[in-house]
Structures are given as structure tokens and as C-alpha cells.
Design a protein around this ligand. Structure first.
Ligand SMILES: [Zn+2]
Length: 343
């Protein structure tokens, strides 16, 4: 089968590799779509995975073969990936214990066993799969995981009716979150985003004002728009060097910051500017989502209560993956939002 193999920092190569055999309790799936996740982009850019790994974890496919002992799934069924880190068979070093054991994400991303879905086929244990309900399209099914991230982060920020909410960064996950906080009764939604395509989509999906942080002093503007208070909640979704500091400068006194940006490098903070505002900061990644978040996200996909497809702008063949990754690293100069690979 063909797969995009991670070779080194900044390089994926499409190669012919042996199709994997499903082991006991596993199935072989033909990948229909695999979404390009920001985590994959970071891992690629910073050279974190082991050479020879295959990235890609946001996928939907069709079962083509059953491994030994599989009785609850059959060939031809559509499945999407459920990765809940509390649920075996996640290896112990990758497992998040609900009793709050410490976990090191670097250990997960550099695990040598990673065989992802930028490939024609993948094997997966059936405990890590969900059948795709008929109401959910293949493309939407490949967006389950980023939707879970969005749902989890929104809930962690604990938005209340009539809260004012700001987003720093409006990538695909934030574009789902904007729709969700609107449904939750946000009084106003403000966004800071450098990419014109993302900015336009944020406005279309319910943001009241979208600022370009390279051209406008969005902090002063939003503070003015909120009567001098600042927004009740800031969602930090950008992961640039100064964006968490911006979130702290922006948020209302005693306000809440939920940071779902994953920083791969040290960042800049200037607490003297804001620490007397007493912000509450919570950090999250999809790794700390709960099974309930996955249930809600699946329900949202079924009911189509969040527009998933509107954020999908490109479907590319596997052969375009290297140039697409390069383009996605420059969000200010491309028109792509969520990109799906169709291997
Ligand atoms: Zn992801």
C-alpha cells in the first residue's frame, strides 16, 4: 500500500510499504479520509516523531478485513477513530489516569509504534473504533477528533449565557468552537486572526468582530468594545510565542482563559502586565477529553448542529501531502482551512 512516511524534520515521502495484518482483536480499514491536524503539522515542523512513523489520526474508513476474535464488527462497515486515553489498549506510558497521574506528551508523540492514517490502510483495535451512523458523511466522520477537542475546550471555559468571548486564533477547531459558544448564548464573540481565509470564515460563522493582530491593536479595541472590562473568557487557540500573554492582557479581571494551543517551544509571558487581574488559566489538549465529550461530539455530527463541512476547504491525494504541509505552515498566505487527505 502507499503511505506518507515521516522521514525527517519537514519531510514526508510517499512510499510503497507492506499492508499491515490485523492482529487479534484488530481490523484492517481502507482509509476514506484523514484530516490534517495541527498536532501533525507541529510534529512535522519540529521533527518530533521517529523516522519511519506514519502520522495522521483523524480518520474515517471502511473495514476490509477482520483479525482473530473480532465478532462485533463486520467487513464493509464504516468506522471512525475513537481515541480515548483512559481506555485500554493504550500502552501504560500513554494512558491518562482519571485519578490524575502525570503524563508527558512528548513520550506519546515520539512513540516508535505510531502507524497512522496518511496511508491507504490502517489496522486498529476494535476498542478504538466507533461505527459511523448513517446520518454522518465520511468527511464529517473524519472530523470527529477535532470536534471533540472543540467541545472539550468550550466546556472547560465554562461559558455562561451572555458572556463575552474572545478567540486568539481561528483555525478549524476554533471555527467549531465559535459556533458552539454562539449556541451557548454568548453576548459577543471577538476574534484575533492573521489569516484572511480564517478571519472571513470566523465572521461568517458568528464572530461579531475579527481583528488582524498584525495591523490592529486588538486588545485595546476589544477592551473598548466591552466597556473597559475585557472579555469574560479568552480561548487561546494560536500557539504563537506571545499569544498566551495576549490572552492574559485581554481577559477581564477574574476572567477565564482556556488554552488549547500546544506550545512546542518556550513562550513569552510578562506577568507584571496582568497578574493583578487574577486570570484563571486552564491548559488542555485532546488528551484530557472525557468519554462524555466524544459522546457529545458524535451527537453533534448526527444532528448537524455544528457546520462541519463548511470548514473543510481542500481534499487532496496522498501525493500532494508534502507540499500541502509546507503550505499549511504559512496560514497567513494560503486559503486552506481544514484539509482532508483521501489516500
Ligand atoms: Zn488531531
Amino acid at each position: 500500500m502507499k503511505a506518507a512516511v515521516f522521514k525527517e524534520k519537514g519531510l514526508l515521502a510517499v512510499e510503497e510499504i507492506p499492508t499491515p495484518e490485523p492482529g487479534t482483536g484488530e481490523v484492517l480499514c481502507r482509509i476514506k479520509y484523514c484530516g490534517i491536524c495541527g498536532t501533525d503539522l507541529h510534529n512535522y515542523y519540529f521533527g518530533i516523531p521517529v523516522s519511519g512513523s506514519i502520522l495522521g489520526h483523524e480518520w474515517c474508513g471502511v473495514i476490509t478485513r477482520l483479525g482473530e476474535g473480532v465478532e462485533d464488527f463486520s467487513v464493509g462497515e464504516r468506522v471512525m477513530r475513537y481515541k480515548h486515553p483512559w481506555v485500554p489498549p493504550v500502552p501504560p506510558e500513554e494512558r491518562i489516569d482519571p485519578r490524575n497521574i502525570r503524563i508527558n506528551p512528548r513520550a506519546i508523540y515520539s512513540a516508535p509504534s505510531r502507524r497512522g492514517a496518511y496511508a491507504e490502510c490502517i489496522t486498529a483495535p476494535t476498542t478504538r473504533l466507533i461505527r459511523v451512523p448513517d446520518e454522518i458523511s465520511d468527511q464529517a466522520a473524519a472530523c470527529l477528533e477535532p470536534l471533540v477537542a472543540a467541545i472539550h475546550a468550550v466546556r472547560l471555559g465554562n461559558p455562561k449565557v451572555s458572556d463575552t468571548i474572545a478567540f486568539i486564533g481561528a483555525g478549524p477547531i476554533a471555527l467549531y468552537m465559535i459556533q458552539r459558544v454562539r449556541q451557548a448564548g454568548a453576548r459577543a464573540v471577538y476574534v484575533s486572526e492573521i489569516s484572511p481565509a480564517r478571519a472571513a470564515k470566523a465572521a461568517e460563522l458568528g464572530a461579531d468582530r475579527v481583528f488582524n493582530p498584525l495591523k490592529e491593536d486588538f486588545i485595546s479595541e476589544i477592551v473598548k468594545l466591552t466597556g473597559g472590562r475585557g472579555p469574560d473568557i479568552v480561548y487561546e487557540c494560536a500557539a504563537a510565542k506571545n499569544t498566551l500573554n495576549q490572552a492574559c492582557q485581554l481577559v477581564a479581571r477574574n476572567g477565564r482563559i482556556t488554552c488549547l494551543a500546544v506550545y512546542q517551544e518556550p513562550i513569552m509571558l510578562e506577568p507584571l502586565d496582568w497578574y493583578m487581574m487574577q486570570p484563571e488559566i486552564k491548559f488542555t489538549t485532546n488528551g484530557d477529553s472525557t468519554p462524555f465529550d466524544w459522546e457529545i461530539a458524535t451527537e453533534i455530527l448526527r444532528q448537524r448542529s455544528i457546520d462541519i463541512e463548511t470548514v473543510i476547504t481542500n481534499v487532496i491525494p496522498l501525493s500532494d501531502i508534502q507540499e500541502t504541509f509546507q503550505a499549511l505552515l504559512k496560514p497567513a498566505t494560503n486559503n486552506m482551512l481544514r484539509v482532508l487527505v483521501a489516500p
